[in-house]
Design a protein around this ligand. Structure first.
Ligand SMILES: Nc1ncnc2c1ncn2[C@@H]1O[C@H](COP(=O)(O)OP(=O)(O)O)[C@@H](O)[C@H]1O
Ligand SMILES: O=C(CO)[C@@H](O)[C@H](O)COP(=O)(O)O
Length: 508
């Protein structure tokens, strides 16, 4: 349960021949975003060579797993499986796999060029909410089904000579297996193709996207499945032990949930440039916002992902306006104002928010009258309480329920601010812990490999990782907090609805 080796390859710097920026190519339309698939293959060569040069003892590895950005897709050309199965240990992977891809540039999660296909998919299945109930999300441009539909429509010849489509995660697993790895349920939930309850491909979605798609995807598997053993290529070239198990790879966010060791009822709050919430859900309520994925460590459960665009940048703006650009002053304001802010509530969205779709600043006094401004201290508390009430309300909208054992794991830049974390603990009525999640997706992949090795679905993940380092307690809810927020939360929710209906009324 200790991390003893870490290394990385930086695509732009270490593989400059591919000419990427931030690991991707943004195309002229500004919407299409791809990465060269051979760059990813070569990155694996580079990292394994680095490990070998450092003296890493591959023979000690009993099992491995991994994670990849969600939604991105790889198109293997006809005959590629034969090449994959007969790799020569004398040559690096990238030299041998050059002719294996029917599409050399893989669409990645940043791509937003498939709006047409999204609307087509929603119409085909009976609407956005129906699609969300089936697959956990309404149609999103980056979700793989819509990407596949675009390729089929715009490049039918590429589609027809593709024998297999992988996600980034199952692609990387395939490289280690020397054969096509199945897609796991959790990362498979980011495709708008998988029925998250039944855990089978949705025939309605498949046929709305492209013909013969089921055979190109292969059957999906539980995320903790052992999908095979390492290919002889790695045994001969790097000294892996024969029989080293490969546990299904998954998406980076599901792997982070495993790395942070979330359990039922827990919530991870990343307070970075944007704020992101990961939730562990037992009974999901798919909605038109957020994403519900199958849970990567407990097959019968779910996880949800909610993104709030107005995170730290909004906090910085209010800090600059109301706390002389100082986090210390900002904290002082939080400490000098009372929970509930004497009934003053605020909504602060500098840029168009995702959850919910809203822009602008709105302030309400205790009588629910909109007011133009608050005193500095009140403004700061209104911002932080408002941000956390919105998180709780939208999480509960997806089926999230706070339980007596709920833990909140806070990460990201603003998680160093104990006064902000105190408000988080108070609004949720649950203790807040801080955790170092740098590389949590990698740590989560190692934990998942261990889980798969220990028996997968037959063994509780929490049992397998119980000796991992624990997060640190940072804030516990104040005694009267639950009373205060019990009254404020419904008020916040109804004011949010009021602003939304005014906005939509205005747009109409
Ligand atoms: N003491 C602090 N209090 C509140 N926010 C802080 C504090 N220190 C840093 N931050 C915020 O952390 C943000 C960076 O968070 P980080 O997780 O590194 O972002 P990213 O999403 O880019 O990885 C900065 O934008 C800053 O506003
Ligand atoms: O699109 C999503 C989640 O839906 C992204 O979170 C991708 O999974 C990429 O991950 P990062 O680059 O942000 O780690």
């Amino acid at each position: 349960m200790n991390i003893f080796y870490e290394d990385s390859v930086h695509f732009d710097r270490d593989l400059p021949e591919f000419g990427t920026q931030g690991g991707v190519h943004v195309h002229k339309d500004g919407l299409t975003v791809t990465s060269p698939v051979l760059m990813w293959v070569q990155a694996l060569d580079v990292i394994l060579e680095k490990m070998k040069a450092s003296g890493f003892d591959f023979s000690q590895v009993l099992a491995l797993s991994g994670a990849g950005q969600q939604h991105g897709s790889i198109y293997w050309s006809a005959g590629a499986s034969l090449v994959l199965a007969s790799l020569s240990p004398d040559l690096p992977l990238h030299q041998q796999l050059q002719a294996c891809f029917s599409l050399s540039d893989s669409p990645v999660w940043m791509d937003s060029s498939t709006t047409t296909q999204c609307r087509q998919l929603e119409v085909a299945v009976g609407g956005a909410q129906v699609l969300s109930c089936l697959t956990g999300s309404r149609a999103y441009e980056r979700f793989t089904g819509n990407q596949i539909a675009k390729i089929y429509q715009q490049n039918p010849e590429v589609y027809s000579c593709t024998e297999r489509i992988s996600l980034v995660s199952s692609f990387a697993a395939s490289l280690f297996l020397g054969s096509y790895s199945p897609i796991d349920f959790s990362d498979g939930s980011g495709m708008n193709l998988l029925q998250i309850q039944e855990k089978v491909w949705s025939q309605a979605c498949l046929s709305a996207c492209a013909p013969d798609l089921e055979e190109k995807l292969g059957p999906p598997v539980p995320s903790c499945s052992v999908v095979g053993v390492i290919s002889s290529y790695y045994i001969q070239r790097y000294g892996f032990a024969p029989g080293c198990r490969v546990v299904a790879f998954t998406g980076d966010n599901p792997a982070s949930l495993a790395g942070m060791r979330l359990e039922e009822g827990d919530i991870a709050v990343s307070l970075g440039t944007s704020d992101t919430l990961f939730l562990w859900l037992k009974e999901p309520v798919p909605a038109l916002e957020g994403h519900i994925f199958c849970n990567p460590v407990e097959t019968q459960h779910y996880m949800a992902l909610l993104c709030f665009k107005n995170g730290s940048l909004m906090r910085e703006k209010i800090r600059d306006e109301s706390a002389s650009r100082s986090w210390n002053e900002f904290s002082k304001a939080l400490r000098s104002t009372e929970m509930g802010n004497s009934g003053n509530l605020g909504f602060y969205f500098d840029v168009m928010e995702i959850t919910p779709e809203m822009i602008g600043c709105h302030r309400f006094n205790a009588e629910n009258h909109e007011v133009p401004a608050f005193p500095g201290d009140v403004e700061i508390r209104a911002l932080i309480e408002g941000q956390f009430m919105a998180k709780r309300i939208h999480a509960e909208g997806l089926g999230y329920r706070i339980m007596p054992k709920t833990k909140i794991l806070a990460t990201g830049g603003a998680s160093c601010n104990r006064d902000i974390l105190q408000v988080l603990a108070d609004v949720f009525g649950a203790p807040v812990y801080v955790t170092d999640t740098a590389n949590s997706a990698c740590a989560g992949s190692a934990y998942r490999a261990f889980h798969g090795l220990a028996g997968g679905t037959d063994v509780a993940f929490s049992e397998v990782v119980k000796l991992a380092p624990n997060p640190t307690l940072a804030a516990t809810p104040t005694l009267e907090a639950s009373q205060v927020y019990k009254a404020l939360l419904p008020r916040y929710a109804s004011l949010e609805q009021k602003i939304l209906s005014q906005t939509y009324g205005h747009l109409e």
